[in-house]
Write a protein that binds this ligand. Structure first.
Ligand code: PMP
Length: 324
């Protein structure tokens, strides 16, 4: 769909995947005025297509739009449009276990304008792509490099929005980490580089002395939908879970004292990804002997089970798409 200031959203359409034409002066190319989302559709055994909390993605998209000075979308219309689009491409939702249809809604500023100002025109686009498991390792633990030079976001910046610039800011550190044999970077806070923020495309959780701790949303961390779901799930299970600031020093001390039981990342792509090793300031340490922990494994099984339809959905998180 297209947006024009004064008119609103218009020209909603479904077209074959193809290149789009933009003016070389379009604001998106110069000032990065853009937001995106990522969610997945799974195929249940009975053929139904299942979306995991899609309304949360459109709600978050509108929050990102607000931060980037972009127009709001109608969240209900967007969900209906998404269902229609998936029905058109329903054969794209893979049936094999662990695979899914990745859905990427995004908005870009299209007005040709070389001055720094919010665009008067936008495009809202949704692309679909079948995907396999995110990490080659599957549920196998990942190795994470704690980034000590660069920062991804600072409070008051755009860290809490899902916008391109945050990811551009992360590329260099990610490339270094990969060269060193780590699969992702753990970002620290942008002021003191002391407190844990998040991993490249995941929020992060620690289990210390039986308590699950995740950094509180502070304006520079993306409020992950998987994060929110895991917190709700743990609360429902009666597992103590706390959202607060946690320093890397605290994590390391807990590890040295044998109190760090598990660490894991959460995100749409990886679902739950156990963390087997951190490297921080040139020193590496393992968690749970580098093995996937009991809680991480249980959360992974529950969440993927619920998303794929193998398990009950006591939370009412799944939106089903069925043939009429
Ligand atoms: N943090 C960042 C920076 C991300 O890109 C993502 C992936 N969207 C997440 C956390 C996890 O969010 P979600 O659970 O909504 O996928």
């Amino acid at each position: 769909a297209d947006y024009t200031e004064g008119i609103g959203w218009h020209d909603h359409r479904i077209v074959p995947y193809e290149p789009i034409t933009l003016d070389p002066s379009a604001i998106i190319f110069h000032y990065g005025q853009t937001v995106f989302e990522g969610l997945k559709a799974y195929r249940a055994k009975d053929g139904a297509i299942r979306l995991f909390r899609p309304e949360e993605n459109f709600r978050r998209m509108n929050e990102s739009c607000d931060r980037l000075c972009m127009p709001q979308i109608d969240e209900e219309d967007a969900l209906e449009a998404l269902k229609t689009l998936i029905k058109v491409d329903k054969d794209w939702v893979p049936e094999a276990e662990g695979t899914s249809l990745y859905i990427r809604p995004y908005m870009i500023a299209t007005e040709p304008h070389l001055g720094v100002a919010p665009s008067l025109t936008y495009k809202f686009i949704v692309i679909l792509s079948p995907v396999g498991m995110y990490y080659k390792e599957g549920i196998a633990p990942v190795k994470i490099l704690v980034e000590n030079e660069y920062v991804r976001a600072v409070a008051g910046g755009t860290g809490a929005a899902k916008t391109a610039g945050n990811y551009a800011a992360s590329l260099k550190a990610q490339a270094v980490a990969e060269k060193m044999g780590y699969s992702q970077v753990l970002w620290l806070d942008g002021v003191e580089k002391k407190y844990v923020e998040e991993v490249g495309s995941m929020n992060v959780f620690f289990k210390i002395d039986g308590e699950v701790i995740t950094p509180a949303l502070n304006g520079s961390i993306l409020g992950g939908i998987t994060r929110k779901s895991i917190i709700e799930m743990l609360k429902a299970w009666g597992v103590p879970v706390t959202e607060r600031r946690i320093s890397m020093e605290e994590v390391k001390t807990a590890q040295q004292e044998g109190r760090l039981e598990e660490a894991f990342g959460t995100g749409t792509a990886a679902v739950i990804s156990p963390i087997g090793e951190f490297s921080w300031k040139g020193e590496a340490f393992t968690i749970n002997g580098g093995q996937a922990g009991e809680l991480s494994t249980k959360l992974y099984e529950e969440l993927t089970g619920l998303q794929s339809g193998e398990k009950e959905d006591p939370f009412g998180w799944v939106t089903e798409i069925r043939e009429e």
